[in-house]
Design a protein around this ligand. Structure first.
Ligand SMILES: [Cu+2]
Length: 617
């Protein structure tokens, strides 16, 4: 049985009283590890169960998509990890590959690889969710580079695991891979080896220097070891400083970036079974031990741990503190039902929050807290693997309705493959992990949430209601009174006779500052009874990014000075028309307090918001 990596049993926190278990405002299904209590979903191999604290199901159980559709699944004995779905005309079989030597050291691979024979031309059907009827999508093309290496009809599906679930041998391979990529930093500039170096890959994301972000950022805290860079040949010009932030292609670009990074890392490690692990901070928000140790022992020799960098927030890097759970909670993103709002929501929380919390003193300090420096920290790649995992998890909730359209599918990006050769691919080649023949083990943060009772599932705003004017953000906790019109409350909260019909988004508009504040701000709503419900977090990671090169990036995006938060549950919990909008500064540590955060806050930030509104949909 697949085991979740921990945390799957953690009850959902009540939005008003974090110490109390939710009485069942939503039915949710979470990764769970007790045998016999859960069923499998398809695609990701995720396991789910209905929350014990859920209300009794209504006549049509809203969690039905958590259950396998009867008769359409089977488990393959030899590799018990794989649940395959019977598709029309797509016979599946599962055969373990015999153990094989690894690293030329006589070690035998411990990992059994599943080989699924897939009828590639068969249409893959996906069932609908509680919100949409069942839909079919057309054939999904598999990466030709993968297909070419396999016998006809065979497809090797690789599995990305949690960093905390790697075997000693797998972790050793990961370390050898990063050590080799770091060694390639000093390879000749125009060589394939330099194109496979960690420096080259960090520069693909972004760097300080000509044609990217200005070099003034090098003087921020935590940038030791970095220097100004500039592209010096056509491959560097085509690939460097191409990351997409504050863009409709945040998810598609980073998916392809990781895909080729993983190929290079695998080549560098000498282990053909290596996959990129993910950092599942919802299950455990400490920096994983693998990234914190200063040294490791390789065959009896003590070596520097290539996964460690000193340039991180000290308490996190010492393992004495974890990231605040509110910062890593993906539920606001997971509540979205179409690509663009999801792409933006997850880029903020948990993505940007984890960046800013991991940097030495918030954004824009290094490495993780600054876009041009982030790729120099090996944990960056596991952070993004987790974002990619959450993306896939969300996509599979209703694939046909959630796949992107427009620029995020037609854009092409250039990277370097495992041989160090430049490759240019279209985003539509890589929309699902199935196309790329990898998958993720179950982890935290992938709840499928269904709000009760059913509400309107459209992203189109129905009404915009201003609730706050221009407001300065204090050096401390900011409290601004808000008042919800009675009619709006009725739409969101409802009564016994008239159930609620709308979802609400809280939008903070016109965010301005003179200098990036370094701290983040938790955004909460507080009722007259003093109870607070956190709706989200403001971070300033995107403000450290190089300027956009392509205006197509912005199609369908909200203004960059807006922050949007799913706020339906918090507004329902407000308990009346009067309340407060509360902004609480944080450095991102669990248990941290606002007074300590003020010490980190830039004295020159002069942060203010232009106003706030509620959007009903
Ligand atoms: Cu990132």
């Amino acid at each position: 049985m697949e085991r979740s990596t921990g945390g799957g049993d953690r009850p959902r926190r009540d939005p008003i009283d974090p110490g109390r278990r939710s009485p069942g405002a939503a039915v949710e299904c979470r990764g769970h590890s007790t045998p016999g209590q859960f069923r499998r979903d398809d695609g990701l191999g995720l396991s789910f169960r209905a929350s014990r604290h859920a209300r009794p199901p209504p006549p049509i159980p809203p969690f039905r998509t958590c259950l396998p559709r009867p008769g359409r699944y089977r488990r393959h004995g030899p590799c018990g990890r794989l649940w395959a779905r019977k598709g029309a005309g797509a016979p599946l079989s599962c055969t373990p590959i015999a153990d094989r030597p690894r690293m030329g050291r006589g070690m035998m691979a411990r990992l059994w690889l599943g080989v699924a024979a897939v009828g590639l031309s068969a249409a893959i059907g996906y069932g609908g969710t509680a919100q949409t009827p069942a839909k079919k999508i057309g054939p999904v093309a598999v990466d030709p580079a993968i297909k070419a290496k396999l016998p006809p009809g065979l497809l090797l599906v690789r599995t990305r695991k949690s960093i905390n679930a790697l075997s000693a041998a797998e972790l050793a391979s990961l370390r050898r891979g990063f050590a080799q990529m770091i060694a390639w930093n000093s390879a000749p500039r125009d060589s394939a080896d330099f194109r496979r170096s960690l420096k080259f890959w960090a520069n693909i994301h972004a760097y300080f220097g000509a044609h990217c972000r200005d070099v003034s950022g090098l003087s921020n805290a935590g940038m030791s070891g970095l220097s100004a860079q500039s592209d010096s040949n056509p491959t560097e010009t085509a690939t460097w400083c191409t990351c997409k932030h504050g863009s409709n292609q945040f998810l598609t670009w980073h998916r392809m970036y990781l895909y080729y990074f993983e190929q290079v890392l695998r080549q560098a490690s000498g282990d053909s079974s290596l996959t990129l692990p993910y950092w599942d901070y919802e299950a455990d928000a400490h920096i994983p031990a693998a990234y914190r140790a200063a040294t490791w022992v390789d065959g009896g020799t003590t070596k520097p741990n290539p996964l460690f960098v000193a340039n991180r927030q000290a308490e996190l890097n010492a393992g004495t503190a974890a990231i605040d759970p509110d910062l890593v909670d993906p539920s606001g993103a997971m509540a979205q039902t179409s690509y663009l709002p999801f792409n933006s929501a997850i880029e903020g929380t948990p993505h940007g929050n984890v960046h800013c919390a991991t940097g030495v003193a918030g954004c824009p300090t290094g490495y993780m807290g600054s876009v041009p420096a982030a790729g120099n920290d090996p944990i960056f790649y596991s952070h993004h693997a987790n974002i990619d995992r959450l993306y896939e998890c969300w996509l599979q909730g209703d694939l046909a309705a959630r796949l992107p359209t427009g620029a995020p599918t037609t854009a092409s990006y250039s990277f370097v493959n495992g041989s160090g050769a430049q490759v240019t691919r279209t985003a539509s080649d890589m929309l699902t992990t199935q196309q790329l023949a990898y998958r993720y083990t179950a982890g935290g943060g992938c709840p499928i949430r269904f709000h009760l009772p059913p509400i309107v599932w459209q992203e189109v705003p129905w009404r915009r209601i201003p609730i706050l004017g221009p407001t300065p953000v204090e050096r401390g906790i900011t409290r601004a009174p808000i008042r919800l019109p009675a009619e709006m409350r009725a739409q969101i909260v409802g009564t016994a006779a008239n159930p609620p019909t709308r979802q609400a988004t809280l939008v903070l508009e016109g965010l301005r500052f003179d200098e990036i504040p370094r701290v983040m701000f938790k955004v909460a709503l507080q009722g007259k009874d003093g109870k607070q419900a956190t709706v989200g977090v403001i971070n300033f990671f995107n403000e450290t990014a190089p300027p956009h090169r392509d205006t197509n990036d912005m199609a369908g995006m909200a203004a960059p000075d807006e922050r949007r938060f799913e706020a339906t549950a918090a507004l329902r919990a407000l308990g009346g028309e009067e309340g407060q909008l509360v902004l609480i500064p944080t450095t991102g540590l669990a248990g941290g307090n606002a007074q300590a955060a003020v010490q980190t806050m830039s004295p020159r930030t002069n942060l203010r918001i232009g106003g706030a509104r509620i959007e009903l949909r």
